[in-house]
Design a protein around this ligand. Structure first.
Ligand SMILES: *Cc1c(COP(=O)(O)O)cnc(C)c1O
Length: 405
C-alpha cells in the first residue's frame, strides 16, 4: 500500500507534461493568508494578474481567469460563443483534441472531426490546407468555429496557429478560431492578437508552473460580439459579468485567491527571465531530449521535425513492449514520474515533460532515469542517450546563465 505521507529521500522527479513542478518561490507566495476577496488589497492583486497575464498571451484584449481546471475553460470557450446545433470544425491532433470534441458533442454542438487517417494524424500538426478546403466548401457558412489544439500534450506536437488563421482568411470564412494552448502557454511562443485567435484557452499547471486549479480564456472583440447572441446555456462561465467586475480587479464570485498569489509570482518570474529566453530554454531542452531518444534508437511520436514540441517528447516503444510497464519500473526504482500514453497510443509510448521549472540537470536526471529503466525492462537500445544530450547542452550555453545574471 502506498502511504500518502511516505517521503522517499531527495526530490521527486515530476517529469509529466503537466502538472509541472511548482517552484518553491511560487509555493511560498501561495502560503500568504487568504484575504477578503471584496477588500481593498484584493483589487490590487486582481489588477496586477489580469494585466500581467495579457503579456503572456500577447494580447491587449480581456483575459478571463476561472477557478477551474483547463477543461472548464474549454467549456467556457464553447458555451460563450456558440448555440445548440452549431457546426464546429475540430482538428484531430491527438487525445486532447478528441476530448474537446467529445465535450462539444455533449454540449449539443455538431463537431466535424477533421484529420489525417489512422494514427498518422497523431504524429503530425494541424494540416491548415485541409481546414481551408473544408471551409471553402462551406459556402453557406454553417461552420461557426474552427477549434484546434496548439500544443497537443498527448503526442508532443506544436501546430502552426498562424497557418490556421491564414487558411480561414484565404477561404474568406467568418468562423471563429478557438485555440487550446493549455500546455503551450509560457513554454512555446504564442500570440493571441497577432494570430487573430478569437478565444485562447489555457491552464495554470503546465508552462505557468502553478498547481492545477485556474484556467483562462483570452477573448477577441469578435468573440465578445458572438457571445451576445450565443444560445448555449452559460452562467458560471459567462464572460460579460466577469469582465465588467475585472475592470476594478474583482470577480463576481470568490476567485482562487491563493492561486492568484502564485500567478502573480509566476508572472514576475517569467518577466525576469524574459519570455523569449523562456521559449529558447524550452526549445533547447526539447532538442537535447530528442537527441537522447535518437541515440537510444527509439522513435519519437511526432513524425514532423517542423512541429516538434518544446514542451514534451513522446517516446515510442518497439513492438511488443508495454510502455506503461517501463514507466512503472522507472517510477518505482527512480522516483521519476513520466506521462502515460493516452487514447490511441496507450501502452505504445510514454511522454517526457521538459516544461516549466526545468533546467539542464533536471532533464539529464530524467533522461538517466529513463535510460536505466529502459535497460532494466530489456528494451533494446542502440546506444546511451545521455552523452548525446550532454554534448548538446554543454556546447550550447543557455541564453540566461548564472554568470550573465
Ligand atoms: C492538460 C490539458 C488539458 C486538460 O486540462 P485540465 O486542466 O486537465 O482540465 C486540455 N488540453 C491540453 C492540450 C492539455 O495539455
Amino acid at each position: 500500500m502506498l502511504k500518502l505521507d511516505f517521503h522517499p529521500a531527495g526530490r521527486h522527479f515530476l517529469q509529466i507534461p503537466g502538472p509541472s513542478p511548482v517552484p518553491d518561490r511560487i509555493l511560498r507566495a501561495m502560503s500568504y493568508p487568504t484575504i477578503d476577496h471584496r477588500g481593498p488589497e484584493f483589487g490590487v492583486l486582481g489588477l496586477k494578474v489580469l494585466d500581467g497575464i495579457k503579456k503572456i498571451f500577447k494580447t491587449q484584449q480581456p483575459v478571463v481567469i476561472y477557478p477551474a481546471s483547463g477543461t472548464g475553460a474549454w467549456e467556457a470557450a464553447l458555451t460563450n460563443t456558440l448555440s445548440p446545433g452549431d457546426t464546429v470544425l475540430m482538428y484531430e491532433t491527438g487525445h486532447f483534441a478528441t476530448l474537446w470534441k467529445q465535450m462539444a458533442e455533449r454540449l449539443g454542438l455538431k463537431p466535424e472531426f477533421l484529420g489525417l487517417p489512422g494514427i498518422e494524424g497523431w504524429r503530425r500538426g494541424v494540416q491548415a490546407d485541409m481546414i481551408e478546403k473544408r471551409l471553402r466548401e462551406d459556402s453557406q457558412h454553417a461552420i461557426k468555429a474552427v477549434c484546434v489544439v496548439h500544443n497537443e500534450t498527448s503526442t508532443g506536437v506544436t501546430s502552426d496557429i498562424a497557418a490556421v488563421r491564414r487558411a480561414i482568411d484565404a477561404a474568406g470564412h467568418p468562423a471563429l478560431l478557438l485555440v487550446d494552448t493549455i500546455s503551450g502557454l509560457a513554454s512555446a511562443d504564442y500570440r493571441h492578437d497577432e494570430w487573430g485567435v478569437d478565444v485562447t484557452v489555457s491552464g495554470s499547471q503546465k508552462g505557468l508552473m502553478l498547481p492545477p486549479g485556474i484556467s483562462f480564456n483570452a477573448v477577441s472583440a469578435k468573440a465578445l460580439a458572438a457571445s451576445e447572441h450565443a444560445k448555449l446555456p452559460c452562467s458560471f462561465w459567462g464572460w460579460a459579468e466577469i469582465i465588467e467586475m475585472n475592470k476594478s480587479g474583482y470577480w463576481p464570485y470568490t476567485p482562487n485567491t491563493n492561486l492568484l498569489y502564485g500567478l502573480s509570482e509566476a508572472l514576475d518570474m517569467l518577466q525576469d527571465e524574459g519570455l523569449d529566453n523562456v521559449f529558447a530554454r524550452h526549445r533547447r531542452l526539447g532538442e537535447a531530449c530528442r537527441r537522447a531518444v535518437h541515440a537510444w534508437g527509439l522513435e519519437i511520436q511526432c513524425a514532423d521535425p517542423a512541429v516538434y514540441s518544446p514542451v514534451l517528447t513522446g517516446v515510442m516503444m518497439p513492438d511488443g513492449v508495454d510502455a506503461d510497464a517501463v514507466r512503472k519500473i522507472i517510477y518505482e526504482r527512480f522516483d521519476l514520474s513520466l506521462g502515460t500514453g493516452l487514447g490511441k497510443v496507450k501502452g505504445r509510448m510514454f511522454r517526457i515533460g521538459h516544461l516549466g521549472d526545468c533546467n539542464d540537470l533536471t532533464l539529464l536526471a530524467a533522461l538517466a532515469g529513463c535510460e536505466m529503466g529502459l535497460r532494466i525492462a530489456n528494451v533494446p537500445l542502440k546506444d546511451s542517450g545521455l552523452p548525446a544530450a550532454m554534448e548538446y547542452l554543454a556546447a550550447q550555453p543557455n541564453v540566461v546563465s548564472l554568470k550573465a545574471a
